[in-house]
Design a protein around this ligand. Structure first.
Ligand code: GDP
Length: 328
């Protein structure tokens, strides 16, 4: 006798984490549905290789009815809310839009679950940016928040509304406080990918320099493929809870740059120009997560080290840029 596959719905399925999570769930036999925004030019690059195995639906985090209808139609067992305005600098130029997607968008998904079926399990992608001006080193689930950007402020709202719908309505809602996580699928505006893409382009002669901002900032960088496993694990527990997901190791922007350029056989000092325009109005100087709770309760551990991550990203960008040169 065969059982029906589990159904999952992912918002933000076209993003880095959406693509890894979709792969992960498909490999576990899930029927995977993705929510996508209508756009005049579609960006399905990261999920192109999965498209015939996914079911995509148009809806928007700004439109309550579209989310209610979608959840009513799909009737997922699990909803993963990965959609957001996720780039910190944009949150200063578009603070209200960031609040609509990154903060209120969470409530719209939770309201849809409350209306349609309260037994649906919900994962909210929260962020280490909530710790901002850090109150404690390293940061765990008890560390107070002090966000330093409109993005961080919006994520704090998303975190607490998730906790609140759990406490108010008994919804199985989990908040994963995800520290920075990267991969070859990371958008090129984020530091890691901007650097590995630049190293590849400089190595292959397409450009000579890259402009960067604050080289002294320190982050806890992990591999996105490891982090989506933690999201799924949270929804498989007996009770909903919140978890910090991090490697516990910290590196500076300069260390990442040195490692990436070194992998490409380059001396970063000859190619990196520090541009004050890229400094942020308020910076998060340091982040390092304490993921012991996830280790103990979810048996989750990151498998890819920082060094392996940077190597993987540089190698992928070198290969991609080489192909672009051969067949533009
Ligand atoms: P975030 O931690 O979510 O903001 O992730 P990012 O990858 O955008 O930034 C990580 C850190 O790198 C921040 O402290 C930035 O200030 C720093 N950084 C330095 N230069 C750059 C740059 O050119 N682009 C970006 N995105 N970040 C930079």
């Amino acid at each position: 006798m065969s059982t029906d596959p589990q159904r999952a719905l992912i918002t933000g399925i076209t993003g880095q984490d959406g693509a890894y999570l979709a792969e992960f769930l498909l490999a576990r036999g899930y029927e995977v549905h993705g929510m996508v925004r209508r756009a005049s030019t579609e960006n399905f690059e990261r999920i192109a290789h999965l498209c015939d195995r996914l079911q995509l639906h148009q809806a928007d985090l700004l439109d309550q009815l579209s989310i209610v209808n979608l959840i009513n139609e799909v009737r997922p067992a699990e909803v993963y809310n990965l959609a957001a305005q996720s780039f910190v600098p944009t949150s200063w130029s578009q603070p209200l839009l960031t609040g609509e997607y990154t903060a209120l968008g969470v409530t719209r998904v939770l309201e849809a679950i409350r209306l349609v079926d309260r037994s649906i399990r919900f994962f909210q992608a929260s962020s280490s940016e909530m710790f901002g001006h850090v109150r404690q080193e390293p940061q765990n689930e008890q560390t107070p928040f002090w966000p330093r950007s409109p993005y961080g402020v919006a994520k704090v709202y998303g975190h607490w509304i998730t906790v609140n719908y759990r406490e108010s309505y008994g919804i199985f809602a989990c908040s994963g406080i995800m520290f920075n996580h990267e991969s070859p699928r990371r958008g090129k505006e984020f530091l890691s990918r901007k650097v590995t893409d630049a190293a590849a382009r400089i190595k292959l002669g397409l450009t000579r320099e890259v402009k960067l901002g604050n080289m002294a900032a320190r982050r806890d960088w992990g591999f996105a493929g490891d982090y989506v496993r933690a999201m799924w694990l949270m929804l498989q527990q007996d009770a909903p809870d919140d978890y910090v997901i991090a490697t516990g190791r910290q590196h500076s922007v300069e260390e990442l740059v040195e490692l990436a350029f070194g992998r490409a056989g380059l001396d970063w000092r000859k190619h990196v120009v520090v541009d004050p325009a890229l400094f942020r109005p308020a910076e998060v100087n340091t982040l390092r997560g304490d993921a012991r709770k996830a280790e103990q309760k979810l048996c989750w551990r990151p498998e890819v080290s920082f060094e392996e991550l940077v190597r993987m990203m540089v190698d992928a960008d070198l290969e991609r840029v080489r192909k672009e040169i051969e067949a533009p």
